[in-house]
Ligand binder design. Structure first.
Ligand SMILES: Nc1ncnc2c1ncn2[C@@H]1O[C@H](COP(=O)(O)OP(=O)(O)O)[C@@H](O)[C@H]1O
Ligand SMILES: [Mg+2]
Length: 314
């Protein structure tokens, strides 16, 4: 901290017929801590304005700080006004209306942080790579098992090594797990892996839901009858034909729309729904959604390219 004082200057002058008084000592104080705080006080500038007659009304009129404050009405707390109430109600309804900005921020700043204390954590060394299930432009998907409990059924997992947008896909899967777990494949954990030769990758782990996607099932000549025993448990006592096919398709569509409704009611738009991204879960005998890499979270504005605008149509 440093303080510099410049000695007093006495000046008698007359501007426009108005006598200017004795100038008080000019003082210049400079504080140097983390932030710099310069304050220059002196009546020289004030007297100059008064003399010239130019300046802010209070400067020229010499009403001064004390008079100015004493003439203000005293506030006894919050004053409720009609525009204020309208503004407050508008803000509240915006925060709670679809897609739900307020619950989104509660999820982001409370639930997501709490969840971190309870979820199991996996690392690269826990994972034993198996067969490759798919390769997209943004990463590869493998069937994997856990080194720690190789014989356990729960060790039957799927790993995606995502080169791009992996962080956003982890966020979407975590959100889904908290809000509508049954809509999508059962997500376990996601982390950034830097030891890969290709550079940093995001590794995402799910439970292995089943062998077939809706696209695989649709390729069979027997579709939709090949799905019938999967979702309806037993084959219907009906001759093959439109009626029977309709009942199967209706059940598939009901499951799909249920899963999508779960996603939408939590503010997530998938943006890449197609038969390849719908997996048949053998455990729950229902279709589930996978591949949230292109999704957008309308509640908190997270997008697959977070720096680009949220609703970009690509
Ligand atoms: N949880 C899962 N259980 C079983 N298979 C899965 C699971 N997740 C993905 N797969 C398989 O991996 C393939 C690719 O997965 P996806 O997430 O769509 O990756 P990509 O980004 O390459 O499209 C799927 O078509 C499916 O066959
Ligand atoms: Mg896909």
């Amino acid at each position: 901290m440093a303080a510099v004082g410049i000695g007093g200057v006495v000046l008698h002058s007359s501007f426009l017929g108005k006598k200017v008084g004795i100038l008080k000592p000019l003082c210049l104080s400079i504080r140097l801590k983390k932030q710099c705080n310069f304050s220059i006080c002196g009546s020289f500038v004030h007297d100059l304005f008064v003399g010239v007659g130019v300046g802010l009304p209070c400067t020229v009129m010499e009403c001064g700080d004390i008079i100015y404050r004493s003439t203000l009405p005293k506030s006894n707390g919050i004053t409720v006004t009609v525009p204020g109430v309208i503004l407050a109600l508008g803000t509240l309804s915006y925060l709670w209306a679809t897609p739900g900005v307020a619950p989104g921020f509660f999820d982001m700043f409370v639930l997501a942080i709490l969840e971190r204390f309870f979820r199991p954590i996996y690392k690269k060394d826990d994972i034993v790579l198996g067969k490759k299930l798919g390769e997209g432009s943004f990463g590869s998907v493998y069937r994997v098992s856990l080194a720690r409990k190789p014989s356990s059924k729960s060790a039957d997992l799927v790993l995606k090594k995502a080169t791009e947008y992996g962080a956003v896909e982890i966020w979407m899967n975590e959100r889904v797990r908290r809000a509508c777990a049954n809509s999508c494949a059962d997500f376990l954990y996601g982390f950034r892996e830097t030891s890969s030769k290709k550079g940093a990758e995001y590794w995402l782990l799910w439970r292995f839901e089943g062998e077939a996607t809706l696209a695989d099932l649709m390729q069979s000549r027997d579709f939709p009858y090949n799905v019938e025993s999967l979702i309806l448990r037993e084959v219907q006592d009906l001759p093959k034909g439109l009626d029977r096919e309709n009942r199967i398709i209706l059940t598939i569509m009901r499951q799909l729309l249920f899963a999508l409704d779960g996603l939408h009611s939590t503010g997530i738009v998938h943006r890449d729904i197609k038969p390849q991204n719908i997996i048949f879960s053998e455990g729950s005998r229902a279709f589930k959604i996978i591949d949230l890499g292109a999704a957008a979270d309308l509640r908190v504005g997270i997008n697959y390219i977070p720096k680009e605008f949220l609703l970009d149509p690509r």
